[in-house]
Design a binder for this molecule. Structure first.
Ligand SMILES: [Zn+2]
Length: 181
């Protein structure tokens, strides 16, 4: 397996509508290797998801996985995904993106959705995602549509570099050496 170069904001591939993948193409060694490499790349950069455009392939494939305080998401390969909103309430929370390094921002996302698509073997994949998992799915689904999280922010007042995020936005979780409350 290989760690792939991640495309950064400004690369046209991040703004393109990705192409669907046929079952025949999906079964090819080239696409199966791409999926393995996307997983490897996600792990290498401590991401919770990678979409194919983020590794310079304009294909509707994304991988997601999380084992952290925000929620557990089993390793899932999404091929040709479609989402149906089950709860239209928008919840705002922090997001970052491997393609937009060193920034965080608060992004409104739907709280619950159904995901339909194929798994890496071409079998039908269907599941319901809530909360953080729903957020990650929407973030990756957006990449397949040529969108990034900045497009979804209500305003940019919360857009912050990571060090400032830790210093000013999460004070209760980062006690300072001076003992500031
Ligand atoms: Zn992203």
């Amino acid at each position: 397996m290989s760690i792939l170069k991640v495309s950064r904001l400004g690369h046209p591939v991040l703004r393109m509508q990705s192409q669907g993948v046929t079952k025949e193409a999906l079964s090819s060694p080239a696409i199966q290797t791409l999926i393995d490499n996307m997983i490897e790349t996600m792990i290498e950069y401590s991401g919770v998801g990678v979409a194919a455009p983020q590794v310079h392939y304009s294909l509707t494939i994304a991988v997601i996985e999380s084992h952290g305080p925000r929620g557990d998401i089993p390793l899932t390969v999404l091929v040709n995904p479609d989402v149906t909103v089950l709860d239209e309430e928008l919840l705002e929370d922090w997001e970052g993106c491997l393609s937009i390094p060193d920034l965080r921002g608060r992004v409104p996302r739907w709280g619950k959705l159904r995901v339909d698509g194929l798994d890496r073997h071409g079998d039908r994949l269907e599941f319901t995602a809530e909360g953080f998992a729903a957020r990650v799915v929407q973030h990756e689904f957006d990449h397949l549509m040529g969108k990034v999280y900045l497009d979804r922010m209500r305003d940019y007042k919360t857009l912050t570099h990571v060090s400032e995020f830790q210093r000013y936005w999460l004070p209760e979780q980062t006690p300072s050496p001076s003992g500031r409350g």
